[in-house]
Ligand binder design. Structure first.
Ligand code: NAD
Ligand code: UGA
Length: 473
């Protein structure tokens, strides 16, 4: 019986992505007594995890993986063996927004979760703790339990936990080493509580026990959606204020600092920007909107939908500002885009604001020269063409992928800062200015450059949430 299990010795993680890879690798790094096998259907991804060039870029990840790989950390496509050997299985597969069918555009596509769960049910020959690591709508664990229990026998029982992940990309390893909290939800039965304790003990190898929070299953599932919705809501709130700042001469950085000093509000996640991106904020807010609609709570759904809509507005507002400033046309102009990833220190481009912006520039028949230090070139083509051959041809005609920021900005009419890579702070902007068409415009979508210094060089600068005339007010 799982309720008698005292400690976890063998972990399998199904899904070797941005969450499964780093999370399970850190468990192996911190718990040498636990064998960890990370598995995936995608052979190329597993091969990359087993190679010198890992499939994702994340500061500190190589050190962790290279230290434990082949010792107590393994990457494999042999999912069945990994499931069978494990006493605890993380399900860390993707849960993207549904593209078709009921709830298309909002609801989470749970097909990958279901497939992984069925596989566990089919092949498990001994009792398992099954841990929902993916972000899922509230009560998904119930469906998992139904699938698993339909396949349980006297000898094989399954206990289901919810253990959502709160890491952010770019800081994943630090977040996993020093989490604000680890959340573990379980059915409040003796077996559920015993399974909850078994997983808590894994984390307590390096996380202080008072940071390991235990709740019921549904609170845990909803807390994950709620955390992302609240974080995204802060960004949409400050971005809404950024438009007011531009119209009034208030400075959004000053406003964020002033309000963030109130300890009830706090300073984090108040950085105005060209709009939040990433694989989860949009997906999870829409998921919450759909959940609220399904629960017949239209006002609640509308409330959260505004967080998403404001983010769309912020991206479009920035594009409009660029076009209007460049004398109402960017046709045949060269627009240098610095940054393609959705944030710094990651090569991930999912829902990056850069995709929306560049698609709009191409639509206006501009020529876009893009540079990003980490994003693969093929990824940019795929993101911009949505894998459609005709669109891809058009993208290739309008896009140049450059080796550095200087090449991108050469002969450009405007430079647009889209991702806040540190290296953009220390570029030789005099050199960039000298090689641009005049007037040389610079649009700072990340509020990261010193606009005054740039203006001294000769740039015409627009920064989100700042009004060029503010100094004269
Ligand atoms: P990802 O797309 O990078 O990785 C998912 C992996 O699962 C893929 O490699 C895919 O091949 C694999 N997979 C799918 N179905 C499978 C199956 N049946 N068997 C084996 N492998 C299978 O996704 P991700 O970014 O790691 O996100 C995973 C989950 O974690 C999502 O629910 C997401 O919302 C959540 N999450 C993501 C982040 C993040 O920063 N990316 C943070 C917290 C939570
Ligand atoms: C976010 C959450 O921060 C994680 O806690 C969560 O686990 C994760 O989503 C998830 O569920 O996937 P992530 O998307 O990786 O993490 O990165 P964030 O640092 O949250 O940034 C998201 C977007 O918001 C980025 O485009 C970033 O540039 C933008 N952002 C962030 C702002 O525009 N302003 C801010 O103040 C902070």
């Amino acid at each position: 019986m799982v309720s008698e299990m005292v400690s976890v010795r063998n972990i399998c993680c199904v899904g070797a992505g941005y969450v499964g890879g780093p999370t399970a690798a850190v468990i192996a790094y911190k718990c040498h007594h636990i064998k960890v096998t990370i598995c995936d259907l995608n052979q190329a991804r597993i091969d990359a995890w087993n190679s010198d060039k890992l499939p994702i870029y994340e500061p500190g990840l190589e050190e962790v993986v290279f230290d434990r790989r082949g010792k107590n950390l393994f990457f494999s496509t042999d999912i069945d063996t990994a499931i069978n050997e494990a006493d605890l299985i993380f399900v860390s597969v993707n849960t993207p927004t549904k593209k078709a069918g009921l709830g298309a555009g909002k609801a989470a596509d749970l097909a990958y979760i279901e497939k992984a769960t069925r596989r566990i049910a089919e092949v498990a020959k001994s009792s398992k703790i099954v841990v929902e690591k993916s972000t899922v709508p509230c009560r998904t664990a119930e469906s998992m339990r139904t699938i698993l229990e339909a396949n349980s026998t006297e000898k094989v029982r399954f206990d289901i936990l919810s253990n959502p992940e709160f890491l952010a990309e770019g800081t994943a390893i630090n977040d996993l080493f020093h989490p604000d909290r680890v959340l573990i939800g379980a059915l409040q039965t003796p077996e559920g509580i015993a399974a909850q304790r078994a997983l808590a003990e894994v984390y307590e190898n390096w996380v202080p026990a008072d940071r390991v929070i235990t709740t019921n299953l549904w609170s845990s599932e909803l807390s994950k959606l709620a955390a992302n919705a609240l974080l995204a809501q802060r960004i949409s709130s400050i971005n809404a204020l950024s438009a007011v700042c531009e119209a009034t001469g208030a400075d959004v950085d000053e406003v964020a600092y002033a309000v963030g000093r109130d300890s009830r509000i706090g300073p984090k996640f108040l950085k105005a920007s060209v709009g939040f991106g990433g694989s989860c904020f949009q997906k999870d807010i829409l998921n919450l909107v759909y959940l609220s609609q399904s629960l017949n709570l239209p006002e609640v759904a509308e409330y959260w939908n505004q967080v998403y809509l404001l983010n769309e507005y912020q991206k479009k507002r920035f594009v409009k500002k660029i076009i209007s400033t460049l004398f109402n046309t960017i046709t045949h102009k060269r627009i240098a885009v610095l940054g393609f990833a959705f944030k710094k220190d990651t090569g991930d481009t999912r829902e990056s604001a850069a995709i929306t912006l560049i698609k709009d520039f191409i639509q206006e028949n501009a020529h876009v020269a893009v540079y990003d230090p980490k994003v693969e070139h093929e990824q940019m083509y795929m993101d911009l063409s949505d894998n459609l051959p005709d669109t891809r041809k058009n993208v290739e005609e309008h896009l140049t992928i450059c080796a550095d920021a200087y090449e991108a900005a050469k002969d450009a009419d405007a430079v647009i800062i889209v991702t806040e890579w540190d290296e953009f702070k220390t570029l030789d902007y005099q050199r960039i200015y000298d090689n641009m068409h005049k007037p040389a415009f610079l649009f700072d979508g990340r509020l990261m450059l010193n606009a005054e210094e740039l203006r001294k060089i000769g740039f015409k600068v627009h920064t989100i949430g700042k009004n060029e005339l503010a100094g004269t007010a």
